[in-house]
Design a protein around this ligand. Sequence first.
Ligand code: GLV
Ligand code: MN
Ligand code: MN
Length: 419
Amino acid sequence: MNLGPVIMEWLDELAECSEDPAELTRRYLTPEHAQAAELIMRRMREAGMDARMDAVGNVVGSFPGPRPGARRLILGSHLDTVRNAGKYDGALGVMLPIACLRWLRERGRQLDYPVDVIAFGDEEGLRFQATLFGSRAVAGALDPAMLHAVDEDGVRLHDAMRGFGLDPHAVGDAGYRPEEVAAYVEVHIEQGPVLEAENLPIGVVTSIAGAVRLRVEVMGRAGHAGTVPMNLRRDALAAASEAVLAVERICLGTPGTVGTVGVLRTVSGAVNVIPGVVEFTIDVRGESDDRRHVALARIDEAFAEIASRRGVLFDCVPTHETGARRCSPWLMRRLGEAVEAEGIEVRRLPSGAGHDAMAMARLTEIGMLFVRCKDGISHHPAESMTAADAEVAARVLLRFLERFDPDERRSMGGKPGAA
Ligand code: GLV
Ligand code: MN
Ligand code: MN
């Protein structure tokens, strides 16, 4: 088929759209987002799709089916990245389906139903902490308060939308109606080591861990590093340091949860000043929402204890929360059959990482394929996968597409839109 090398070439090309020439960073509503969107739309049009940008900056490509009224299958993933990212997280799930649809078109093969490929503009939440903004909008599940989120330069999301040529009052236009959608299927690199360890190129995702993110401000009292005795200090950074270790200890002790402090900074810090204000982030995830909530409650208690002992205040603001999501059994079965038809053992595995599929589960049934990546590394420039595995994933997706029946779930008595 030779789709693997084509997909890898397209991914290399997309990685050129970066805010920093030395590393890959592509945040929501930046000129590089617009540049990537242009490139993706070009690839979509070459594949015989109608391509457009929607009301929140997602790129949507429509591949027609013979029955225009039939419910559509949505494929896709995100076009934004973390800072100093790899080339495959998100981008693979955009470029691979386009390559598959182009392959079908070049052979004059039609699908029995319409397909939309969506490149979501914001999944990572890097710029505004508005995680899954693009897919939430498509799922009709956007919290309008998110439009007031502010980036590190003080720019509000709604102003950034205007600057990008979008109307923040029209975000509702990005939403699909549940009755027009049959399912959402996302192809993504695994971002973990399981498939590689088991010598398998591809796996079928069973569920996606729930996640919560918080922004924490610790308020102590700034002071002179030489004059304030140790026992009279209210050092915000020393308190935050204890808090970071508490997050680690609590998540270690709550099976099935993981907790990370990925950002920590001293506001107006200086070498000879006792830190007065410190900001940090917390990200806690788990397959069980109950256990994740238990971990959060313990974190809360630990912070209250640190605050009273050290005379500081903790202000914790949630910036994102999504419950754990299960993939639909019938989609897992169909994806598994496509894997098996390629002569590959069907490995089912959960996802610890978040995905657009979590938000799309509010709209429709979800399914995901994971593709092996090197050493389980992701959110890092060393993120890597092979053209051979891209080829396998493309073959599997094509088999799935050729057998997909948008009415299968309905004929099984299921309610469209019920996740
Ligand atoms: C997204 O990549 C996430 O899992 O944070
Ligand atoms: Mn990511
Ligand atoms: Mn991703």
